[in-house]
Design a protein around this ligand. Structure first.
Ligand SMILES: Nc1nc2c(ncn2[C@@H]2O[C@H](COP(=O)(O)OP(=O)(O)OP(=O)(O)O)[C@@H](O)[C@H]2O)c(=O)[nH]1
Ligand SMILES: [Mg+2]
Length: 377
């Protein structure tokens, strides 16, 4: 597996720019980026463009600028393609003690490049679109939906990695070389930051808000393949890093305990509420909601305490409710249907139908599984 060497480090900062068919953007991008970096780190930085032999000749355009912008280095890969592996390839050639990544199409603002490498004491400093002051710009509803889905999936599969950042999918970040040196890195697709978080020795993280700009020229390289690669990357990280089999079993057991406690809470509230509200449907609705709240509290505090993400507890609770809606509706419908066909309260709440009458002699309607007696009037 490829890894980034510990040195040499005769520069402070190496910024790697993966490019594929960015000829229309690259000159303006490099001029602006070198301008910002020269102001902050004169003679102590380099910009390493890693181009995958772009058919539009991006690498030629970069080579033509090197005389004028001596801090620009060019790597032209002819055998390989992929954003994340291109970034690693650039870091392998880089000479900086701090390593960074940024898109070459101008959608990432250059201003945070002054602040990110200076985030004091942080092993990793990330530009975030999802913290206060950040934004995803003018993304379509579909792209927002896909991005939110990807975030949820990452939080579900690799909570201990993605739960540490508000924007774990960001392509704008810097990392201390020492925090990833000699760590085996094996990403697929776009999400190099997940790889760094998952496999690096990242203790302290910092975030800086930024607004994602609209692409001015050229075309997006994101296709359905990137979504497939993302799923593959999640699986790879899940099985290669983080909690081992013991940790996963522990989480599963905590989840099971919380689920069982929810069943008990549901029962208790149903029995308590029924005489108070006098209506069984509302008593059951109340019981379901209190059980959901119980499960949310304990899962949030205990089962997935390391994966709360950056949203507020209220938002997390609303999302949890949303995720439980279908199950809650099925639970309520089944309960009411079973009550209708004569199951007693306990059996109906357990989702069990009443036993068939034996048809022999006088078993009473109050036996286990029989219907409740009619309410006294
Ligand atoms: N070296 C290399 N760079 C790539 C590859 N795919 C994308 N890139 C570069 O990675 C950066 C991000 O790619 P984009 O296609 O802009 O992805 P995006 O910004 O998430 O998507 P848009 O908002 O639609 O532009 C750009 O600089 C691309 O040129 C690749 O296969 N190899
Ligand atoms: Mg882009």
């Amino acid at each position: 597996m490829p890894s980034v060497p510990a040195g040499p480090t005769d520069l402070l900062f190496s910024l790697v720019v993966p490019t594929y068919n960015e000829r229309a953007n690259i000159e303006a991008f490099l001029r602006r980026t070198c301008g910002v970096l020269s102001a902050h780190y004169p003679d102590k930085y380099e910009v390493v463009v890693v181009d995958d032999d772009s058919p539009d000749g991006t690498w030629e355009a970069v080579a033509a600028l090197q005389g004028e912008l001596p801090a620009v280095q060019l790597v032209r890969r002819q055998q390989e393609r992929g954003l994340a592996t291109a970034v690693i390839c650039g870091w392998q050639q880089a000479r900086g003690a701090i390593l960074g990544a940024i898109d070459g199409d101008g959608q990432h603002p250059r201003k945070p490049l002054g602040a990110l490498p200076n985030a004091r004491g942080a092993d990793l400093a990330v530009g975030s679109r999802y913290m206060g002051g950040g934004s995803t710009g003018d993304w379509s509803a579909l792209r927002l939906f896909l991005s939110a889905g990807a975030m949820r999936l990452a939080l579900l599969w690799i909570p201990e990695i993605s739960g540490r950042l508000s924007d774990p999918m960001s392509g704008l970040f810097v990392v201390r070389r020492a925090a990833i040196a000699d760590c085996p890195l094996s990403p697929v697709g776009y999400k190099i930051l997940l790889e760094v978080m998952g496999r690096g020795r990242i203790e302290r993280v910092a975030e800086v808000a930024f607004a994602f700009d609209r692409r001015q020229r050229g075309h997006s390289k994101v296709t359905w393949r990137e979504y497939v690669a993302f799923l593959q990357h999640l699986l790879r990280l899940r099985f290669a890093t983080g909690e081992g089999a013991v940790g996963r079993l522990g989480r599963f057991l905590r989840f099971a305990v919380v689920g069982t406690s929810g069943v008990a809470v549901d029962f208790a509230v149903l029995l308590l509420l029924r005489p108070v509200v006098g209506d069984e449907i509302w008593a059951k609705v109340g019981a379901i909601e209190v059980a959901i709240a119980n499960n949310f509290y304990w899962n949030d505090r205990w089962t997935f305490a390391d994966a709360q993400g950056h949203s507020s507890p209220l938002m997390r609770f609303l999302r949890f409710n949303l995720a439980c809606t279908l199950g809650a509706l099925i639970n309520l419908t089944l309960f009411l249907a079973l009550r209708r066909i004569g199951a007693n309260l306990v059996l109906a709440n357990l989702g069990r139908s009443p036993p068939r009458p034996s048809g022999t002699t006088g078993s009473t309607s109050n036996s286990i599984g029989g219907p409740d007696p009619p309410p006294e009037t």
